[in-house]
Design a protein around this ligand. Structure first.
Ligand code: HEM
Length: 514
């Protein structure tokens, strides 16, 4: 009798019925997985959080959302330092600003949390370099590369940063020419300057993107494209779940993949070129790549990085090392133009320290400028370039009384932590560099209340380089120009991989003393 069962089924169900059933089962599975389970059945539902209003987007877009920062700050006030939000397809994020939880995730048990691969375009852009490596691989790579980012090496690269900063200054001077002032789009100029700097300090490679058309600068313009359409964002979000979506041959995907190929090709050539120099005994220089290759030479076979690993580090440094710094610099000029009194005070300090507008400086000289230091600390507090860090747990755990199953996603909201009035006072939402001169506020600053570069094992390896570069470029620009707001030019803050202004920032720029 059982022998006849399959035929019996085919008799009574036509193929279209079967297909219909399969579609219903699939839709049922989809609704269960992306709606019923995360919103009603998951143990994470016990954690408080805002109601979900959108079937697809949950309560935040998490990526490319212009209101994310403000909403997270408000939810933290309402639900406390550990709360639940839902992103695309109702993915649950446990958002935390609790210093103890942050410490546990970032320091005490850092390797028990892995990075999210929800943004495959990030993996495509930087490869499996230090930023994305996990566990022992990360530990080995980091240990090996730390010496290349030491204070001593950072001091050595200061003259390069000064040279490019003055080159940027000259370009702006020329754009202003004899005019009283000129409206200038600052982001793209600064981004080229920081790309040129990472090219030189990273690989002793003259990208010259400030002065010539650069293939690499164009590739990054494409990758970090600021004019993303609704469909571009949807493709990015969907590719987090279904990676093949990135491979569909539509214009935005093709342009993105071509840009990625350019970055990969240039990085590969840099490794080859350096290897040739080693073969000829010509390996000289104190750029990061040379230092890393030298350090690699001395390692045992098990510890050595492969050529591909070195290529991924180049891709990582290029991406991680230029966009963050350039966006922060652009935001600085924007807020300094909104607060002319702060800009004037900073300029006063700079003119006094550097009477010559074409000044050359050392690391120590620039480090001693207190107000410049306060302005930079404040911009990194007020608008941290990396506003949200995500981590996925690899073990079941109980956090603040809630059971959190392994595989859960934590979002450490740096931006929210940086706007807590309990740390920063009632004016936490104001841009006020002077707070950094207040001993009471300074006493509340710890690795877990202020973390623009993250903290612990996965903190930014380029922090010293980033701060030196940030200070020098800002010092050269503010020492030589006055930046003024363009009335009616409205800027929105968009929280992507890096927090960026949309549209690009236009400012009126005039020369000092003209
Ligand atoms: C204002 C500038 C910068 C900011 C705000 C910044 C911020 C950050 C943050 C928050 C992280 C941690 C990411 C995570 O835990 O998921 C990070 C990691 C990293 N950053 Fe930066 N960064 C900046 C500049 C640079 C520069 C100039 C470099 C130069 C190469 C660099 C290279 C890296 C690398 C390689 C990592 C991965 C470190 C690891 O996982 O061990 N960053 N950065």
């Amino acid at each position: 009798m059982f022998y006849y069962l399959p035929l019996y089924i085919f008799d009574s169900f036509s193929l279209s019925n079967l297909l219909g059933c399969a579609i219903i089962v699939l839709i049922g599975y989809f609704i269960y997985k992306f709606n019923i389970y995360p919103l009603y059945l998951s143990p994470l539902c016990k954690i408080p959080g805002p109601p979900v209003k959108n079937f697809f987007y949950g309560n935040v877009r998490v990526f490319e959302d212009s209101e994310l920062g403000e909403r997270l700050v408000n939810w933290e006030k309402q639900y406390g330092s550990l709360f639940r939000i839902h992103g695309f397809l109702n993915r649950t994020f446990i958002v935390t600003t609790d210093p103890k939880v942050v410490q546990n995730i970032m320091t005490t048990h850092a390797y028990d949390y892995r990075k999210s691969r929800q943004l495959p375009q990030l993996t495509d852009t930087i490869g499996e370099g230090l930023l994305l490596a996990e566990g022992n691989v990360h530990h080995r790579q980091r240990k090996m590369m730390n010496p290349a980012f030491s204070f001593a090496n950072t001091k050595e690269i200061v003259p390069i940063v000064v040279r490019i900063s003055h080159q940027l200054k000259e370009i702006i001077m020329n754009q202003i020419g004899d005019k009283k002032e000129e409206r200038i789009t600052i982001n793209s100029l600064i981004s080229k300057a920081t790309l040129d700097i990472i090219g030189l300090v990273g690989f002793n490679y003259e990208l010259n993107s400030l002065t010539t058309k650069s293939e690499l600068a164009e590739a990054y313009d494409e990758i970090t494209n600021t004019n993303k359409s609704y469909w571009d964002v949807l493709i990015i979000l969907l590719s987090g779940y279904f990676p093949f979506v990135r491979k569909i041959p539509i214009t935005s995907n093709i342009r993105f993949m071509n840009a990625i190929k350019t970055v990969g090709k240039i990085s590969e050539n840099l490794v080859k070129e350096r290897k040739n120099k080693i073969a000829k005994g010509e390996l000289k220089g104190n750029d990061l790549l040379t230092l890393i290759i030298k350090l690699n030479e001395d390692l045992s076979k098990d510890e050595k990085m492969t050529d591909d690993e070195i290529k991924y580090q180049i891709m990582t440094f290029l991406a991680a090392g230029h966009h963050t710094t350039s966006q922060s610099l652009s935001w600085s000029l924007y807020f300094l133009s909104k607060h002319p009194e702060i800009q004037d005070r900073l300029r006063e300090e700079l003119v006094q320290a550097f009477p010559d507008p074409n000044f050359q400086t050392t690391f120590d000289e620039i480090e001693h400028l207190k107000y410049l230091d306060s302005v930079i600390k404040e911009i990194l507090r007020f608008i941290p370039p990396v506003s949200l860090l995500s981590r996925i747990s690899t073990k079941d755990e109980v956090v603040n009384g809630y059971f959190i199953p392994k595989g859960s996603m934590f979002g450490i909201s740096i931006n929210t932590i940086h706007h807590k009035s309990s740390t920063w006072g009632e004016d936490a939402n104001e841009f006020n560099p002077s707070r950094w001169l207040d001993p009471e506020i300074k006493s509340k600053v710890t690795n877990y209340t202020y973390l623009p570069f993250n903290t612990g094992q996965r903190s930014c390896i380029g922090i010293k380089l980033a701060i030196a570069e940030f200070k020098i470029i800002l010092a050269v620009l503010i020492r030589n120009f006055i930046f003024k707001e363009v009335e009616g030019h409205k800027i929105t803050t968009v929280y992507g991989v890096v927090t960026r202004p949309v549209p690009d920032i236009d400012l009126f720029v005039s020369k000092i003393g003209v």
